[in-house]
Ligand binder design. Structure first.
Ligand code: NI
Ligand code: MN
Length: 228
C-alpha cells in the first residue's frame, strides 16, 4: 500500500485509485513548513478525521473545499463541517460503513476532542480500514486501552497500523509496543511525535523498543512517499 507522511497524524493513503487523507494538519506545523509541504496540492477523495483537535483538523476545510472530498468522522465533527456545506459521512464508535474504496470502522480512542473555539468534537476515535487484500488501523490520538484487543476479534488481520508514540498527549513508545500486541500487528508506522517540544522522541530508542519484540517501526520523513 502506498502512503505519504505529512507530519503529526496526517497521512495520505492511495487505495484502489482513491486518495484517503487522515487528519490534515499542515498549516501551523513547523516541521511540515520546513519540508515545504504544499497544502493546496495534497490530493483527497476522502478526509478521515479522528478527532477535533487543531493538530488534526487545521486544513480539513481548506482541502475539502478545493477537492470536494467527503469528510468521514464522528457525528459531531461531521455536523460541524456539514454546516459549512462540505460533504460528510457521519459515523460513531463501533460502527462501520462500506465505501467505494473499502470498509471503514470507527473504533475507540481514549483521548478528548474539541475544536479550537471549544466546540464539542464528540468522542475521539481511530479508523480500521479494510478491503480486498488489505487491512490497516490509524489509531488517532489515544492512550493504551484494552479496547484495542477488540480489533483483531472484529476486523480482518491488520497488515500495518499507524500508532502515536510521542507520549505526553498519547501513548509513549513502550505503550505503543503493548498496543501492537493487543492489535496483533508487527508492522507499525509511528505518528504524533517531534511536532512540539512535549512530544520529541529519540528515533533509535523507539525503533529498538519495537525491534526487541521482533516488530518493525517505520518513522517516515515528512513529505516522504513510502510503501508498507
Ligand atoms: Ni488530540
Ligand atoms: Mn494530537
Amino acid at each position: 500500500m502506498n502512503l505519504t507522511a505529512y507530519g503529526q497524524g496526517c497521512f495520505g493513503v492511495n487505495i484502489n485509485g482513491k486518495n484517503l487523507l487522515f487528519d490534515p494538519f499542515i498549516t501551523g506545523n513547523d516541521l511540515a513548513k520546513a519540508k515545504e509541504i504544499d497544502v493546496d496540492s495534497i490530493p483527497a477523495d476522502y478526509i478521515l478525521v479522528t478527532h477535533a483537535h487543531f493538530d488534526h483538523t487545521a486544513d480539513v476545510e481548506r482541502i475539502a473545499k478545493r477537492t470536494g472530498a467527503t469528510i468521514i468522522s464522528n457525528w459531531e465533527i461531521a455536523n460541524f463541517y456539514e454546516k459549512m456545506d462540505l460533504k460528510t459521512h457521519p459515523i460513531n464508535i463501533g460502527g462501520k460503513w462500506n465505501f467505494d474504496f473499502g470498509t471503514v470502522k470507527y473504533v475507540t480512542a481514549v483521548h478528548s476532542s474539541s475544536f479550537g473555539d471549544g466546540t464539542y468534537g464528540g468522542n475521539p476515535g481511530g479508523f480500521v480500514i479494510w478491503g480486498e487484500g488489505f487491512s490497516f488501523y490509524h489509531a488517532g490520538d489515544t492512550g493504551l486501552t484494552m479496547d484495542m484487543k477488540l480489533i483483531p476479534m472484529t476486523c480482518p488481520k491488520l497488515n500495518f497500523a499507524i500508532l502515536p508514540i510521542g507520549d505526553n498527549f498519547t501513548m509513549d513508545m513502550q505503550d505503543a509496543v503493548f498496543a501492537s500486541d493487543f492489535i496483533q500487528c508487527d508492522k507499525i508506522v509511528g505518528c504524533h511525535y517531534d511536532t512540539f517540544g512535549f512530544i520529541e522522541i529519540d528515533h533509535d530508542e523507539a525503533r529498538k523498543a519495537f525491534a526487541n519484540k521482533q516488530k518493525e517501526l517505520i518513522l517516515p520523513e515528512i513529505g516522504e512517499a513510502f510503501t508498507v
